[in-house]
Design a protein around this ligand. Structure first.
Ligand code: ADP
Ligand code: ZN
Ligand code: ZN
Length: 744
């Protein structure tokens, strides 16, 4: 027998499989990791297939050195997935196969921690006699009693009840009464492990959604988009559905944005599914991730809750993938090989016979338009559970506040509402989607704005005790603020705009005796930073929570009755065709945090554009109205889903290298479109230019930005562009981006 092996090196010349002889006594299956001789070295590889014969002369075929595990690390369905992704991304299979394995499994043999265990070596009927035969040894008698169930028990656990159990255990082993062994030790990430929470009775809308979903799950098919307003109880629908899938003997995955994988959410799933649930997120250590992966691979865990990359989890007999908050951009990976977890989820469901369920209170324009075309079946949950009302929303015109002489970050209305909320003993959340103290620093005499030396973006002033500095939010560089203008020497340096730190400071001035928590990247960096702050708020020790968009998502705090949005225009003004979509999502999601308990909620949105249709529809929490406006914008402006945005991005240390490379690429593109005239027809727009961020992390940037009519020609052209980018070598880096998350 021969094995076709894909060797784990990413190189254009070794992008195919190699044939190896399977030595006598070794059995291999596709997906298994092996060590193989490769030139003078030994390399890791993955068996793709087995063959009986081989075209090569026998002396040319070398044998497989060894198998790294006794089981296939990559499931057949995931091999297919990797092959398909490699084809789409035009990259070597070895590269996409890496996505299927946890980081700890790369680079050869994995050292697995083991723990000593013990169990009874005699039938239960003989136990009493054996205990009786132990004479005066209390330790041996107790140990036998502890082992009475017959299962393996960790010696460490026995040691908690019998001090130093090793010697008596050995004596029992010698007498043939106890068997000693060792077993893989799996670290369990924290979280409750009870599966004893009682299911609440379902609301009508939840039941209707399930009635549509369950037959599809039974049939192992279907793609759904669940549009349910905030607080409509989508999670309960997922839970019931997962239960159903488990009862069928199948497995399920629930993908959530990284940021929503709060300890609250994780604990919640654990409490409903216990040991059957595995959790994968970036705050786990590599070892913990690996252990969770093995629990899934063995089939001990059949429900996976995780962020983007969990979509590659080795769940067998997959019956369901839920993508919660499907509108989140974090489902798109921007590292190579790029993928969109929603597409991967759709492929897996199709290939493995599962049901796909996308869910959101604010579906992406793309997904909702697909549902309108009938590519997804649309399910709606238009009301909150227990008939709780959606919160009342007030839009405050900040231009008027300025005219009335209010220079605080809080409008009159918001100040009043905050005072009342605190006086009633309730909680409030304030969204300020910019961290730091001031948003930028500028010279009043000449207009100079302090920018990062590494990046072409303005720096943000942060206060940090004695260490007040300017920070770059792109690369993390910091600097002392200038005392005089570096351009004109003037001393009129002013600090403009506000960030979370300033909002927090003003709040502390208004409420000196009230607990206040600030949540942004600066305060949540540590391993449990996130959890500690949320706990502070949940327990009620803090009443006011200030934060960036990380507070807008997925949190469920029943005592929050007031939500304030300090500056709704921040995201609306970004130079991106999705700025309206992102703003609508952010405002609706954060507004949805109010009034989730028994007391109705109130929301105040502060803006300089109170009549903007996006702000209006968000205030009305009217997704349909927003969708109607937005799809018209997209059609008139020729933006996705009607078109595809594509770009070749060039980055180089020297500005000349970046520009020259971009020009060369543009010429190559001319040549390509000259020979393949059909492809040229889908090009609507093509520019060679510097992006709005001309310098990033010390690299100069150029791009070729293209707008293409959506369709087969656009897909083919994108594949060619990707090839162009990958084939490029030289002093500049070239990236191809398909509908990039940001075009700055
Ligand atoms: P969504 O994700 O749709 O915003 P959640 O799933 O967070 O909403 O549910 C909102 C709240 O309603 C949660 O506190 C949840 O425990 C509660 N809930 C959900 N379904 C029910 C039900 N059938 N009966 C009572 N409470 C429910
Ligand atoms: Zn100046
Ligand atoms: Zn920078």
């Amino acid at each position: 027998m021969y094995a076709q092996v894909i060797v784990d090196i990413v190189h254009e010349n070794v992008a195919h499989t190699f044939t190896y002889l399977i030595p006598e006594g070794l059995t291999l299956a596709p997906g298994q990791r092996v060590l193989v001789p490769f030139g003078p070295r030994r390399l890791e590889g993955i068996v793709l297939s087995l063959t009986e014969t081989c075209d090569l002369p026998p002396e040319k075929v070398r044998p497989v050195a060894e198998a790294l595990e006794p089981y296939p690390a990559v499931l057949p369905a995931l091999i297919d997935l990797a092959a398909r992704m490699a084809e789409e991304a035009h990259c070597p299979l070895a590269e996409t196969l890496r996505l299927m394995l946890p980081a700890e499994m790369r680079g050869g043999r994995v050292r697995v921690k083991e723990e000593p265990v013990a169990r009874l070596a005699i039938p239960a009927e003989e136990l009493e006699a054996a205990i009786g035969a132990q004479g005066r040894s209390v330790k041996r008698r107790t140990l036998l009693q502890l082992l009475q169930g017959g299962a393996w028990r960790p010696v460490a656990e026995l040691a908690m009840l019998v001090r130093d159990p090793q010697a008596p255990l050995r004596q029992l082993q010698e007498a043939g009464l106890v068997e000693l062994g060792s077993r893989e030790l799996l670290r369990r990430p924290g979280g409750e492990l009870r599966a004893d929470v009682i299911d609440p009775p379902l609301m009508d809308a939840q039941r209707e959604a399930l009635e549509a979903l369950i037959p599809a799950v039974d049939a192992g098919e279907g793609r759904f988009l669940l549009h349910g307003v905030t607080g409509s109880g989508k999670t309960e629908v997922f839970i019931r559905l997962v239960r159903h899938v488990l009862a069928m003997g199948k497995g399920a995955m629930i993908l959530v944005p990284e940021i929503a994988l709060t300890p609250q959410m994780v604990g919640w799933f654990r409490s409903r599914f216990g040991e059957v649930a595995a959790v994968l997120h970036s705050r786990l250590s590599a070892g913990e991730r690996f252990d969770e992966w093995r629990r899934i691979r063995r089939g001990d865990a059949r429900v996976v809750i995780g962020a983007r990359s969990a979509v590659f989890a080795p769940v067998e007999r997959l019956g369901l993938i839920v993508v919660d908050e499907e509108h989140e951009t974090t489902y798109q990976s921007d590292r190579h090989p790029r993928y969109d977890a929603r597409d991967v989820a759709a492929w897996r469901c199709e290939r493995e016979g599962g049901t796909l369920l996308l869910a959101s209170a604010t579906p992406s324009i793309l997904s909702f338009s697909r549902a309108r075309e009938g590519r997804y079946r649309l399910l709606e949950m238009p009301t909150r559970v227990m008939d709780r009302p959606l919160p009342e929303v007030e839009v405050v015109d900040m231009r008027r506040e300025l005219i009335l002489g209010n220079r605080s970050v809080f409008s009159d209305s918001l100040q009043k509402a905050l005072r009342q909320c605190v006086a009633r003993g309730e909680q409030a959340m304030l969204l300020m989607n910019h961290r730091g103290y001031n948003s930028f620093v500028s010279c009043r005499s000449c207009g100079y704005v302090v920018k990062c030396r590494q990046c072409d973006v303005s720096m943000t002033y942060h206060v940090g005790g004695a260490d007040n500095r300017l920070h770059c939010h792109y690369c993390g560089a910091t600097e002392m603020p200038p005392e005089t203008c570096p351009q004109c020497g003037s001393r009129y340096i002013r600090y403009f705009g506000a960030g979370t730190q300033k909002v927090e400071e003003e709040l502390r001035r208004m409420f000196p005796d009230t607990g206040i928590v600030r949540m942004d990247i600066d305060t949540t960096s540590g391993k449990d930073g996130h959890a500690k702050l949320l706990d502070e708020f949940r327990s009620g020790r803090a009443r006011l929570l200030v934060g960036t968009q990380m507070i807008a998502k997925g949190l469920d705090f029943p005592r929050v009755t007031l939500v304030g949005v300090i500056a709704a225009d921040l995201s609306l003004n970004l130079p991106d065709y999705r700025a309206r979509e992102r703003t609508f999502q952010l405002l609706t999601q954060v507004a949805g945090r109010a009034g989730r308990g028994d007391t109705p909620g109130q929301v105040i949105i502060q803006t300089y554009k109170p009549d903007d249709p996006t702000i209006r529809s968000a205030a009305a929490q009217d997704y349909r109205a927003f969708y109607g406006q937005e799809i018209t914008h997209r059609r008139m402006g020729l933006y996705p889903p009607f078109t595809v945005m594509a770009r070749l991005l060039v980055e180089a240390k020297l500005p000349g290298d970046a520009q020259r490379t971009a020009e060369e690429l543009s010429e190559a593109l001319d040549a390509l479109l000259g020979t393949e005239k059909e492809l040229g027809k889908c090009v609507l727009l093509r520019t060679l230019d510097q992006p709005s961020v001309k310098l990033l992390r010390g690299k100069h940037r150029w791009h070729i930005l293209m707008k293409l009519w959506a369709g087969d020609a656009a897909e083919t052209l994108c594949a060619r562009l990707n090839d162009l980018a990958r084939a490029h070598t030289g002093r500049a880096d070239v990236y191809f981006e398909y509908n990039p998350v940001t075009m700055m």
